[in-house]
Design a binder for this molecule. Structure first.
Ligand SMILES: Nc1nc2c(ncn2[C@@H]2O[C@H](COP(=O)(O)OP(=O)(O)OP(=O)(O)O)[C@@H](O)[C@H]2O)c(=O)[nH]1
Ligand SMILES: [Mg+2]
Length: 199
């Protein structure tokens, strides 16, 4: 998509929640999925770039989002909010179900154009963050790494933290990297430019 103007970002709504393929929307609308550990700020990212307070539900209770939530943006793009990983208090059975749901979606969804992989700019990426990035690279799914919660770090340290995150991920210089904050509204334009380039 060429210009952000072609998309009315105010025209956004939750379309459906799905646990498996049979419930995915059946059309050709491009999708951008959001992945990241529980509580990293995936739902906040969706709300923030759409300028909405609570379209995608956010919570301080991790592990709340259990289904793939499909958001319709002006009938032109969809965001797919994926339940977070790394929440300790989840049973083995639940975790396995989660894994299959995500893997099915990421490896077989023709509509998928890119995954926004969220990490916390404050910390070294977790083992699971690295696994997710490796998984996306293995399947050659375009990745946009969004390092969020930048408001929690002084600007003068952003570069250092960016290098730390990239190093731990063995970041591929061909991928996109965006510093973001839902609190201070940082990185919104860059996120839209990147997303619209990929759909
Ligand atoms: N300071 C700060 N807090 C944030 C930011 N983004 C999200 N949060 C907070 O982090 C918590 C989790 O945010 P969510 O958006 O619900 O996280 P999530 O990744 O959707 O979590 P799950 O749905 O459980 O996987 C909430 O308390 C948010 O207010 C940010 O950029 N800065
Ligand atoms: Mg969420």
């Amino acid at each position: 998509m060429a210009e952000e103007q072609v998309l009315n970002t105010h025209n956004a709504s939750i379309l459906l929640s799905a646990a498996n393929k049979s419930h995915y929307p059946q059309d050709d609308i491009p999708e951008i999925a959001l992945a990241g550990r529980s509580n990293v700020g995936k739902s906040s990212f969706i709300n923030t770039i759409l300028g909405r307070k609570n379209l995608a539900r956010t919570s301080s209770r991790p592990g709340k989002t259990q289904l793939l939530n499909f958001f319709n943006i002006d009938d032109k793009i969809r965001f797919v909010d994926v339940p977070g990983y790394g929440y300790a208090k989840v049973s083995k059975t639940e975790r396995a179900k989660w894994g299959k749901m995500i893997e099915d979606y990421l490896t077989s969804r023709d509509n998928l154009r890119a995954v926004v992989s969220l990490v916390d700019l404050r910390h070294e990426p977790s083992k699971e963050d690295v696994q997710m990035y490796d998984f996306l690279k293995y399947y050659e799914i375009p990745v946009i790494v969004v390092a969020t919660k930048a408001d929690k770090i002084p600007r003068g340290k952003w570069n250092k933290h960016e290098s730390m995150v990239k190093k731990k991920l063995s970041f591929d210089a061909q991928d996109h990297f965006i510093i973001f904050s839902s609190v201070d509204k940082i990185g919104i334009d860059q996120a839209w430019d990147t997303i619209l380039d990929m759909v």
